[in-house]
Design a protein around this ligand. Sequence first.
Ligand code: SF4
Length: 494
Amino acid sequence: MCGIFGCILASGVPPGCLASIANDSLTALQHRGTESSGLVGTSGKDNDHFDMVRGKGLVRDVFNEDVLKSTFNESIAILGHNRYSTAGMKDAINCVQPFVVHAVVGRVAIAHNGELVNVASKRSEILKRGVGLSTDTDSELIAQIISKAIADHVRSDNSELGDISKELETVMEEVDISYSLLVMTYDRIYAIRDRYGNRPLCIGTLRPGANALKNAQNGSGQSAPFGYIVASESCALPSFAKFDREVRPGEIVEITRTGIKERYRSARLPTPAFCIFEYVYFARSDSLFEGQQVHRVRRECGMRLAKEAHIDADIVSTVPDSATAASHGYAQKSGIPYEDVLYRNSYVGRSFIQPNTELRQSSITKKFGVLTQNVSGKRVVLVDDSIVRGNTMGIIVRLLKQHGAKEVHIRVASPPIVHPCFMGINIPDTKDLIAVNKSLEDIAAEFGADSVQYLSVQGLKESVQRGIEASKYPQVGHCMACLTGEYPVDPYDF
Ligand code: SF4
């Protein structure tokens, strides 16, 4: 997935506050990537120098407050990235973004969310040009494409040094999908979304006294801008930011100290293919996409699931926390009371892949305690947002039954995942997907559950599209390829 973030201070605002804004925003985007984190800052004076702190681990492990403050004390613009890798070496430190290249115009920093579907052909094209690559990441390929475009472009005498908007159009033309991209030169930031709008990206204005959600709804908040911010999700905007809008599919937006400007919109716009799994699972519930809060969609998915896959039961519950909204929607629509059945220990770190069932169960029990008095003797509807490999569901069902559950019925608030994702999400090869070539009865038997039912494709589509205001978003479309096999571009064609 990855979380990307950029911020630039308005003209006249002195440097000194970007470290804390960046730290808070990257922390808010932590759910999008936990492998590594990085920040790159510019003072706006030297096109050949960026300040940088990057490392492996969570935001809180990588960034020390004192180091951040001293490193970015002079910065007027900053770019940040939380990494979740699907392409490239997971453990190599040189894969940590933002990626910095030395181009003809000086240094250029790049933060990328997504995965290029034509990565193999692009990689071989670049290698054949005689350019050595130092990582396996597709983000480095983007850096090389930009770098070459800058070198190729004949710059007129009066062209601004930091302006590379023309060159960035090359990325749009050469690379189809999937990327949301932030590119920083010494004095400005560009926000770019692929022509399908596959990954999210939004822009806001920092205004003391503003409130992000309130302003998104009523357009108020007119105090003088303090700065401009761009991020994967609106949850990363500080409370004093005004949510302006999402970057449009195929758009290049330039953000300088004087404001936000659309620099390019591709003339070749296909049907949008915004990843529907942002709504289902990836994004934070309080983020806004297409004018609606993710939480609303998740709740509605649960309500539709209750209509499509009703079962008589005593309680509705969930595996905390990602399916909480859907389980409450299911409970509301079905009239069956909601009851917690699991306590989640938030202090337990990563659960490692264990070689056998006993060890896997032990690692899950460290994470979850069973609320026996709520479960014992009950018929339980257990709602989950999605099931990919199904590694943990069987263990949880067994735990609930060991604690006295009479029946456990699994209800999934999205359709079965039966195809891999080639666009930046770790949905693996079909052989690893639990729902491939299995009946619902087979899946229930594998989990030891009494029944399994999924939300229909139509149900998910309607849950998402019902809350989108047609006047503001006349062109909507969502990628559902891992559910339907209908990819926005043919992934096997490269
Ligand atoms: S294939 Fe699935 S996970 Fe990948 S972009 Fe499309 S909807 Fe999202």
